[in-house]
Design a protein around this ligand. Structure first.
Ligand code: ZN
Length: 295
């Protein structure tokens, strides 16, 4: 029996995603692998090691490609908070922080991946730390978690310490993959009808995305650390603010001419089709804004 990492309630088996059983919490609807699978070492530590992709000139060109996207995200935050200090937890190469700094924000990045941290510090002049405990409590107006929570084994402890860096009245924004996306749900349904298989197509895999969120489970996690939901919604590829067309999720936008037909159909078409699901919880990504109550 596996208990939900958010609400500690007994869970149900949902099916098999990428070779391991996934459980679902009947209370908050979080999807999760067993604690044993979640405890395995991450398989994605070698990101940002390719010297070509971290060459200064290439990094700067990726930053310029992504600048309008991050500027829109910063405009949203400018409308929500007065003070301008942002902590980006798992900031990767620091593109968001670089744009935030150029828009007048004080910035700090937390990044454990040494290759990414080096790029952010040496090429983009971002202040980065890998010692979370040394960051002062209640010293930021925004704590950003972009593509982070789905990688975390114990989301309650993780989010709780992230939120401790936020001032009362401050905002946390999270972006996570949606386990209820329209295209993957349709693929799963068709396969199950055709083969009686318990295989599920979902954005989860051992060593990588070990939790699966939707709008409700993301909100419940934040509520469990006493944060108030402001707005929680779905977006899909094509969102100008969060996920422009052919964004690879890490560095830059690619061009449609970079792909062969098979890749376009198999990888990119489902992401595009998920726009159909944005309105009813079937988009590709969940975006949530949450507020820390005033004392
Ligand atoms: Zn739960």
């Amino acid at each position: 029996m596996e208990n939900c990492p958010t609400c500690a309630k007994a869970s149900l088996e949902k099916g098999v995603v990428n070779g391991e059983v996934v459980f679902v919490c009947p209370h908050c609807t979080l999807w999760f692998y067993s604690s044993e699978v979640r405890g395995r070492l991450p398989s994605d530590e070698d990101w940002y090691t390719d010297p070509v992709s971290v060459a200064p000139q290439y990094i700067r060109s990726c930053l310029e490609t992504m600048r309008p996207t991050f500027q829109r995200q910063i405009t949203e935050l400018n409308n929500l908070v007065e003070e301008r200090q942002v902590l980006d937890v798992g900031c990767g190469l620091g593109f968001f922080l670089s744009v935030a700094a150029s828009e007048g924000w004080e910035t700090k990045g937390f990044e454990k991946n040494i290759h990414a941290a080096n790029v952010a510090q040496d090429i983009l002049n971002i202040s980065i730390t890998n010692e979370f405990n040394k960051i002062l409590d209640e010293s930021f107006s925004v704590v950003r978690l972009s593509h982070i929570l789905e990688h975390v084994s114990n989301p309650l402890d993780f989010l709780s310490s992230a939120i401790s860096k936020l001032r009362p009245g401050g905002i946390s924004i999270s972006i996570v993959p949606n386990v209820n996306s329209f295209s993957y749900s349709a693929i799963t349904l068709i396969r199950n009808l055709a083969t009686k298989s318990n295989r599920i197509t979902a954005p989860m895999s051992p060593g990588h995305h070990i939790l699966g969120f939707n709008r409700l489970s993301l909100s419940k996690l934040y509520e469990a650390v006493s944060m108030q939901p402001l707005k929680v919604f779905n977006i899909s590829m094509g969102s100008q603010t969060f996920y422009p067309f052919f964004y690879d999720g890490l560095m830059t936008r690619q061009k449609i001419t970079d792909f062969n037909l098979k890749t376009l159909l198999k990888y990119w078409l489902p992401l595009f089709l998920d726009n159909v699901g944005n309105g009813f919880g079937g988009g590709q990504w969940v975006v949530g804004y949450f507020k820390k109550p005033l004392k």
